[in-house]
Ligand binder design. Sequence first.
Ligand SMILES: [Fe+2]
Length: 239
Amino acid sequence: MIDLHTHVLPGLDDGSPDLESSLAICRAAAADGITDMVATPHYRNGVGVRDTAVIPAAAAALREAIAAAGIPLTLHHAVEMPLLEDYLDLYRGGAWLAYDAARRYVLLECPPFPANGALILSRAVDALARSGATAVLAHPERLPFLDRLDDVLRLRDQGALLQVTAGALESHSSSGHRAREWLSRGLVACVATDTHGVDRRPPLLSPARAFLASRYGPRLAEALTETNPRKILAGESVG
Ligand SMILES: [Fe+2]
């Protein structure tokens, strides 16, 4: 399985505080059947990196430590970008690190906007698309303003991909209800852990995969935890 959203790099944001914690996350992920993990530190917004140029070096250092520790896990890196005023410049200038080499897929942290959030998000998704980027929406299930299905369908039609948090799938919260509603309608592209530590949104996808398989069938479970994430990393179209 492939986890597209983690805060595994040590000391860069509110995720892993140190190398030891990072390796613990990696060990737990590998034991869960995760073969590939993407480090997606926060950018700015108080807790994140101030310059994404630090991310490749931090990922390279953790990659070496993973290899030295003998953990069977491939580490990739990108960034979790909030919707800042200069998001288009950040993409066009290359600071917004993408999932894939062709810079097609970027991870967008959905803003906790009020009632008109869907419109703001829709405009951003559209502007990114016109610049050649497909927005992968991080934890959209947390956004009350996406309760209107029409707004979600519009985002989908604009090309956005919904990345739902693994831990939300079985939740009785409003986030869980939104996630399951979208899953039942085939609107979710992938599931990711958004892990911040072994105890804080743990780096596990197998419980989510089992839940998806039992409720929606093994094909969808495989698509959301493996096939689609692999396509995103390769820059290929997600069907
Ligand atoms: Fe995150």
